[in-house]
Ligand binder design. Structure first.
Ligand SMILES: *Cc1c(COP(=O)(O)O)cnc(C)c1O
Length: 381
């Protein structure tokens, strides 16, 4: 099998046979001519299948080492499709440090149709086993997790889920398939917000489900067509374009984030730095074993609590104050009031002194200077 960078550039997108174009066309057509009833070239109607989307699905599935992939109009639409594999009465065990919108989808949407869930710390596989109920069908994890970058051992948790006859779902948004391939480690399903690193340029919202299980794949593709939360052909093109540079972008994201984590760790205004690449991170050894690199996300708490955190977030200039992550430009955000506002007061609530950085691809010395200045202003030094 070809290497990752080769697949990222070529999988699912051979040169066009009729024109020689090396870039897949953006097929805007909603419908496709049939030579006779039921005699078509694989496409009938663009909700059910579209050539640009098929190229994207083949490419990202190849990157995850999956036999099947389905693209969705957002990460949450992809997550919703996976949760629809469950039936009323089923139960989900979910990590206690997941994307706020995942929690909201469980608590405010799927709980209403009778799917219960409980959250648990993932760093102790025995605790996950203890949270399992007779009606538990799914273990849902994120690693590294959002926002404090905890590391879960994918193969150990896959063993727990499988020992109970359940499935393991991994949200691989933070790591990307370049840094971590959950299916090879024992996961059954991988979900992505492709809005983040896979798109990589803050200009497209999308989601993805990858699996090598034929039964799950066929249910996901039925859900994709039946519910209809599909990405536009233009969105699929943007994602195909973004994915081509995923490997080189991730290498630099990792390198810049490591420098930022070191600098924050040495700064007197900073309390705790959360970065799995730091040898002091409790998940460091697991991360080193299951990831190719430690990613571009760094979180930290500041001394002085929420007021100082808000002041730092307001004072950075290169780090733009904004939600989202994973693109070329660096971002800073305050999870307690922004991305994780929906989990305030729940067991998933985050420290108000916490700031989360998406370390981008700018010159790292400029990034370090921006943080140093903002921490100085906010800390009154
Ligand atoms: C952003 C994000 C999502 C949700 O994806 P959308 O594309 O915003 O719907 C899910 N999981 C993680 C880890 C995310 O960062």
């Amino acid at each position: 099998m070809a290497g990752f960078e080769t697949l990222a550039i070529h999988a699912g997108q051979p040169p066009d046979r009729s024109t020689g174009a090396v870039v897949p066309a953006i097929h805007l057509s909603t419908t496709f001519a049939q030579a006779g009833v039921g005699n078509h070239q694989g496409f009938e109607y663009s909700r059910s299948g579209n050539p640009t989307r098929s190229a994207l699905e083949a490419c990202v599935a190849a990157l995850e080492g999956a036999r099947h992939g389905s693209a969705f109009s957002s990460g949450l639409a992809a997550e919703d499709a996976v949760l629809r594999l469950l039936a009323p009465g089923d139960h989900v065990v979910v990590g206690d440090n997941v994307y706020g919108g995942t929690y909201r989808l469980l608590a405010q949407v799927h709980a209403h149709v009778g799917i219960a869930f409980s959250s648990v710390r993932l760093d102790d596989p025995a605790a996950v086993g203890a949270a399992w109920r007779p009606e538990t069908k799914m273990l849902w994890i994120e690693t590294p997790s959002n926002p404090i970058l905890r590391i879960a051992n994918i193969s150990a948790l896959g063993d727990v889920a499988h020992a109970h006859g359940g499935m393991l779902v991994v949200d691989n948004t933070f790591a990307t398939p370049y840094l971590q391939r959950p299916l090879a480690l024992g996961a059954d399903v991988v979900v992505h917000s492709t809005t983040k690193y896979l798109g990589g340029h803050s200009d497209v919202v999308g989601g993805f489900v990858a699996t090598s299980d034929d039964v799950i794949a066929s249910r996901i593709s039925t859900l994709q067509n039946s519910v209809g939360a599909v990405p536009s052909p233009f969105d699929c093109y943007l994602l195909l374009r973004g994915v081509k540079t995923l490997a080189v972008r991730m290498d630099r994201h990792c390198a810049n984030a490591a420098r930022v984590a070191d600098a924050l760790g040495a700064h007197p205004a900073v309390d705790t730095v959360y970065y799995p690449g730091l040898p002091t991170h409790p998940g460091h050894a697991t991360a080193a074993a299951q990831m190719r690199g430690f990613g571009g996300m760094v979180s930290f708490t500041v001394r002085g609590g929420e007021a100082v955190a808000l002041a730092v977030a307001a004072a950075t200039e290169l780090f733009t104050l904004a939600e989202s992550l994973g693109a070329v430009e660096s971002l800073i955000e305050h999870p307690h009031r922004m991305t994780h506002a929906s989990v305030a007061g729940s067991p998933l609530a985050v420290d108000p002194a916490l700031l989360r950085l998406s370390v981008g691809l700018e010159d790292v010395d400029d990034l370090l200077a921006d943080l140093e200045r903002a921490l100085g202003v906010a800390g009154g030094r």
